[in-house]
Structure formats: structure tokens, C-alpha cells
Write a protein that binds this ligand. Sequence first.
Ligand code: PGA
Length: 250
Amino acid sequence: MNKKIVIGNWKMNPISKKEALFIFENVKKEALKFKKTDIAICPPFVFLPLLERIKTTKVKLGSQNFHAEEKGSFTGEISLKMLENFSIFYSIIGHSERRAMGEDNSLVNKKIKLALKEKITPILCFGEKVRDEAGEYLNVLKNQIEEALLNVNKKEIENIIFAYEPVWAIGKDALREANPEEFNEVCIFIKRVLLDKFGIKNSPRIIYGGSVNPKNSLGFLQAGAQGFLVGRDSLEPKNFLEIISITDSN
Ligand code: PGA
């Protein structure tokens, strides 16, 4: 059985090196206490050199994205090979904020394959924009998963972290929080898709993301979440540590 995992997605925050160090150092100070939970932080690219120097085996680094080519004429982009210079262990792939900028399932698939080839653990984000009464959102999720995993072999799928992030529950403008029952339904559904389509019997880690905070995290864990992808609250060391602590003891 895999350990649970709590991942901080800092997005385009904070603004200063000083703040980045403050958040990371504060998480690092307490991190060793948590024996049953892996911890990762995905900062903006520019802070990776700084944080690489102070990272520990307990608080690993991840990237929020990468370009699918190794190098070349791609102004403003950063490749996975470059990121490997900074000891990243994970990479978020297919976050809804990237999908909103045009990243589609076939690009997500390319990135998943590249990350696996480079031995970087993909954190595959999937989630519907709306929850309709007729259950069409389940088809959306099925497509996202099936297309993201096209031609990925079974053993490798087991190493992927699946992050269910309903788009309507993400960020400060979220429509509302998701509830644990909604997570549980998707968790069962995704396991079924992985079994039917890819023959996966040992379910990989399925985590939850979208307005996760110390108050709502226990419910998701009880509904089967094996960890969290945390946005806003990963910028508040106290809240982030509280979420890790709840995860570690449940
Ligand atoms: P949030 O972001 O926790 O701020 O809703 C989560 C995410 O987008 O990964």
C-alpha cells in the first residue's frame, strides 16, 4: 500500500524569495513528525534553485508544468530535462488552469509519457467543469483519463498520482466546496475505468484537490482520499501542516 501524500501547489505565488523561503522552512521544520505521509511542494520555476538547496528527503520538490520537448525554439518555456537539474521528484500535469490555456488530453498524454520515461512521478489532474444532473461529467472524466493514459503501460499507470480536482471547486472563486460523497463517487468510478480499460487491479493513489483546508480534509480522507493537492492553503504553513497532520493520523 502506497503512503498518502500531501502536495502543495503554490501556483504563481509568492512574490518574493523571502516569502518562498519562509513557507518552505516552516513546513520543513515540522515535516519529520509525519511518518505515514509523503510531502511535496510545487513552487514556481524561479524558486526551484533556491529551494533545492534546502529541500530534504521528507519535503520533495515538484514542478507545476513543463514543456513536452527537450529543448529548442520555444520562447518562454522550460523543459523537463532542465527541471531535472533541480532534483524535482514530481510534476503536476493537466491542471485545469493549464487546460484553460489550451492544454488538451493529447498534450497531457505526451507529458505523462515523458515524465514516466524520466522517472518523474506525474500528478495527473482531472476534473469536470460542471456537474450536470444527467451524469455527463462522468464521461468527461472517463475521456480525460483514457486519453491521458493512451499507450501507457500498466506498471507505469500504478505509479501515477491521480488528482481529482472538480474545476467548480477550485480557487477563491469556487462555486462551492465539493463534498466527500462526490469525491467517493468519482474515486469508485475512476477505479472502475482503470480496471476495465487498463486492467489495473491495484489502484494507484487517488487524491483530492479543490479548496482543501484543515476543516474539510478529514471528510475526504474518510471518503477514501489518499492525500491532497492543496492550492491556497499550501501558502499558509500553519494550515498546510494541519492538513498534513490530519492526513497522517487518519
Ligand atoms: P485551491 O487550489 O486549493 O486554492 O482551490 C487547488 C488546485 O488548483 O490545485
